[in-house]
Design a protein around this ligand. Sequence first.
Ligand code: HXC
Length: 261
Amino acid sequence: MAYQNLILEIEDKLAVLKINRPRALNALNSELLGEMAQAISELENNSDVKAIIITGEGNKAFVAGADIAEMKEMNEREAEDFARKGQGVFTMLEQSAKPVIAAVNGFALGGGNELALACDIRMASSKAKFGQPEVGLGIIAGFGGTQRLTKIVGPASAKEILFTGEMIDAAEALRIGLVNHVVPVEDDLLAKARELAEKVVKNAPVAIELTKKAVNYAVTADIDTGLEHECSSFAKCFKTEDQKNGMAAFLNKEKVVFKGK
Ligand code: HXC
């Protein structure tokens, strides 16, 4: 499917989804969010794709936020619909069966930071800048920032970022646990993200999917419910050929090629 605001490339089990509105620093408008929903469904249904990397087109921005020009004239009802739309798309990513890596190549502000937060793992260029500047526009974060940022970096760091609206650099993002890795600006961020994705996709896909669900579950569940969820997911693996083949290959000192079933 052809997209106006996205570039989707699929190669060797990996999909790279680029947010492609560089003239507006990849700001997210309704049309783009609709396309993202379509692209995510397309990737979800493509069994050749085992992991997704999300990045921004151009050398300046990952995503500089939701589109301020579009939001400016919204009324309360339209604003709620817009927030719900973005939240829905980002939740699709969070709940995708496939691991999603954000390769944050520049500004990740407002909705852009919220997009990165909905990904499973965040890798940033050393020139990336993160922030939630909404309060300086008279609004609050609305694509999940108040919730996911808090769960990822804790309430104190989240409140400082959300209250001040100021940007933090990649080193600070690493320090507070907002990103997993920082890649020096002279290195190829996308290549590093691919390397990380390849370490994931060599493993059993069903096991990765169940692990993602179980870790997501841990964010909200109490420990007993979470452990129960883990037990049943662990047991489900034993219905797969990959478990049989993976364990047999280990014992026979052979290399396994997982089938995803
Ligand atoms: C619409 C945007 C935009 C955005 C940048 N642009 N960010 N357009 N929405 N979020 C446009 C600019 O208007 C400009 O268009 C072009 O991109 C280049 O941006 P400049 O500002 O000229 O670049 P620069 O001086 O380098 O500054 C970069 C920047 C700045 C620091 C990232 O653009 C910036 O502060 N952007 C807004 C960041 C922000 O407030 N994000 C949060 C939005 S609220 P022209 O036509 O002049 O070239 C949000 C809410 C989410 O995300 C929840 C919703 C429910």
